[in-house]
Design a protein around this ligand. Structure first.
Ligand code: NAP
Length: 271
């Protein structure tokens, strides 16, 4: 009896949750891989139509094959190019008639001490991780100005947690956190909320090359006892993008299994 009641409620709950983003249109940068990919997929599962922007053409083709073309589109973009980002956002408007959600996940990292840091690799990380988010927020806001919406930027615990060898990445991500706050102020009169997620160590193609000794240090630094999955982050993105977060703006939500509270692995020494 109780079992039947629970089963019936579970079915109703699933049906309700399954349509959380019905009628909404999203763009996801870096959407062909890792966190962005799982976020795009989760939005599609919850009824949204999604335009996936990424620079990786092979992964974009994979997405185009995997996702229903009636509710998704893929666009090759370099987020450091304003013309590309504008084209990505316009694709949402032309193809699906509106834009409600922007998820800005494209990012790259590099490992170098400041003394040895080439200015080119410094500029590449700042360009993709900070300027790319700035351009994405700019054009998403322009598109959302009349109808409201929600933007979620993917920062990192390294916005707050310094890490040896990661000067460019830490600086860019700290910039994303502040950019998110300023954007939230400017966007509020237009009914747009802007927030960020700060993930800890998540298993994605970006972290796959991490040497096993370093990976073990990362896992040991996570009180939850396991690395994050793209789905751990996607679920937090959907929370911030959705109605449950309707009075949250300018915030950065740390999603890291508690990692930020422990000492960060020493990436330039000790391995
Ligand atoms: P990922 O699997 O490498 O996905 C990032 C995607 O962004 C890749 O497809 C990448 O293409 C693309 N991209 C890079 N530069 C681009 C550009 N200029 N224009 C368009 N697309 C570009 O990495 P991820 O782990 O999911 O990372 C997603 C975001 O989470 C990043 O902002 C990252 O900094 C952040 N984050 C990740 C972790 C983690 O532990 N994984 C932790 C904290 C924060 P390429 O493969 O060609 O570079």
């Amino acid at each position: 009896m109780v079992g039947d009641w629970l089963k019936a409620n579970l079915i109703v709950w699933r049906a309700m949750m399954g349509n959380r983003f019905e009628g909404k249109v999203a763009v996801v940068t870096g959407g062909a891989s890792g966190i962005g990919r799982r976020t795009a997929e989760a939005l599609l599962e919850q009824g949204a139509r999604v335009v996936i922007g990424d620079r990786d053409e092979a992964l974009l083709s994979e997405c185009a094959e995997r996702f229903d073309p009636a509710s998704s589109a893929t666009v090759r973009v370099d987020v450091t190019s304003e013309a590309d980002v504008e084209r990505l956002v316009m694709t949402a408007a032309h193809r699906f008639g509106r834009l409600d959600i922007g998820v800005n996940s494209a990012g790259v990292g590099t490992l170098s001490s400041i003394r040895d840091h080439g200015v080119d690799s410094w500029k590449q990380v700042i360009d993709v991780c900070l300027t790319g988010v700035f351009l994405s927020v700019k054009h998403e806001l322009k598109q959302m100005a009349s109808g409201g919406g929600a933007i979620v930027n993917i920062a990192s615990i390294n916005a707050r947690q310094p890490a040896e060898g990661m000067a460019a990445y830490c600086s860019a991500k700290a910039g994303v956190e502040m950019l998110t706050k300023v954007a939230a102020l400017e966007a509020a009169p237009h009914g747009v909320r802007v927030n960020a997620i700060a993930p800890g160590f998540v298993e994605t193609p970006m972290t796959a090359p991490t040497r096993s000794a370093v990976r073990a240090q990362f896992v040991a630094s996570i009180p939850a006892g396991r690395p994050g999955s793209p789905d751990d982050i996607a679920r937090a993105v959907l929370f911030l993008a959705g109605e449950d977060a309707s009075w949250i703006s300018g915030e950065t939500l740390v999603v890291d299994g508690g990692e930020v509270h422990r000492e960060y692995p020493r990436l330039l020494s000790g391995f």
